[in-house]
Design a protein around this ligand. Structure first.
Ligand code: OGA
Ligand code: NI
Length: 349
């Protein structure tokens, strides 16, 4: 349970300070260099229109998705089928949650990454040396019935709205997985059938305004350890993606989601599709909320490069492992730019 005394959450610490506390300050070589970040435009992060994915446009959309997964690791989607009201509702719920009194929020607090529902701060307080300018609520959300009773009950409609959103996002992910399987030349069901019983986690990230955003990160550069991430962000910029060695800001477009390939997809695709470095920066004036859905294998799910993508010219790059093994390594090594994937490579002599 929550410690009684010192402020454990950033949200409460951050209000009313005019300097970043020392434990949030990055070394000079490791700062965001905000003036060197490029603005995104339509050509930098592809925007894929999913209208007609199950109809006449299927082949064309699958080609676009395949190209984006291969070249960018990131793309945005519109006409994704999740109603605007549902998206607004979950964003409002997240905002209300982080605006609740501290004592109310702290009922959900834990710094143990193995807990399936928890509010925490930074990334992993037990292993990191520098903190990140972020509070987050993490939830497991598939199978829904197994986890929903752990979720917050304040705001009162939390479980209902978040539950509905998770169900919708899962339907969307399953469609994307079929499209991605096909884009790799695999059976439509291949990816879905190779994730064990499937898993779905969600984070609600809350980045308070920061008096010195040039000194710290909301989240430093990392790749996502899961299979595929569907990110909803509010209208405040902050997400940046590494492209050709430069950080590119992915500025919010209303009614779109950002999709990115995670480490497990890179493994299944035998390195054809890339899990790309990204980060979140903060700003002086405005709080920012993002809500990523991390779709993943279940812990016992056995992950390996698809047999259909291995041949003489493309030997398997990775050994097989369970998602549990991978996830454990990810949380315990801390967020680092070097990708956790390297630890699972087959080292050729
Ligand atoms: C993440 C992440 C980006 C953002 O939570 O893994 O990359 O914009 N978030 O909050
Ligand atoms: Ni991420």
């Amino acid at each position: 349970m929550a410690p009684a005394a010192a402020k454990v959450l950033l949200t409460d610490l951050a209000s009313g300070i005019d300097r970043v506390p020392d434990n949030y300050i990055r070394s000079e070589a490791d700062r965001p260099n905000l003036t060197e970040v490029e603005a995104s435009d339509a050509s930098s992060i592809p925007l894929v229109d999913l209208q007609g994915l199950s109809g006449p446009n299927r082949d064309d959309i699958i080609r676009q998705i395949g190209r984006a997964c291969q070249q960018d690791g990131f793309f945005q989607i519109k006409n994704h089928g999740i109603p605007e009201e549902k998206v607004q509702a979950i964003m409002n719920i997240a905002r209300e949650f982080f605006h609740l009194p501290e004592s109310e929020r702290l009922k959900n607090y834990s710094d143990d990454p193995t807990k399936s529902t928890r509010l925490s701060t930074s990334f992993n307080l037990k292993t990191e040396t520098v903190s990140n300018w972020r509070d987050f609520l993490r939830l497991h959300c598939y199978p829904l019935e197994e986890y929903m009773q752990e979720w917050p009950t304040n705001p009162p409609s939390f479980r209902k709205e978040v539950g509905e959103y998770c169900t919708r996002v899962r339907e969307l992910v399953l469609k994307l997985l079929e499209a991605i399987s096909e884009s790799l030349g695999l059976e439509r069901e291949y990816i879905s059938q190779n994730l064990g019983k499937h898993g779905q986690h969600m984070a609600m990230n809350y980045y308070p305004p920061c008096p010195q955003p040039e000194l710290t990160y909301g989240l430093p550069g990392h790749t996502d350890p899961n299979l595929i991430t569907i990110l909803l962000q509010d209208d405040v910029p902050g997400l940046q993606v590494l492209r050709n060695g430069k950080w590119v800001a992915v500025n919010p477009i209303p009614n779109t989601f950002i999709v990115n390939i995670g480490d497990q997809m890179q493994v299944i695709s035998n390195d054809k599709y890339k899990s790309v470095l990204h980060r979140a920066v903060v700003n002086c004036n405005t709080e920012r909320i993002s809500i990523p859905t991390f779709y993943c294998p279940s812990p016992e799910g056995l992950i390996r490069p698809a047999q259909g993508l291995i041949d003489h010219e493309h030997p398997a790059v990775y050994k097989s492992f369970t998602y549990e093994e991978y996830y454990h390594k990810f949380w315990n090594r801390g967020l680092r730019t070097e990708c956790c994937l390297d630890m699972f490579k087959i080292h050729s002599a």
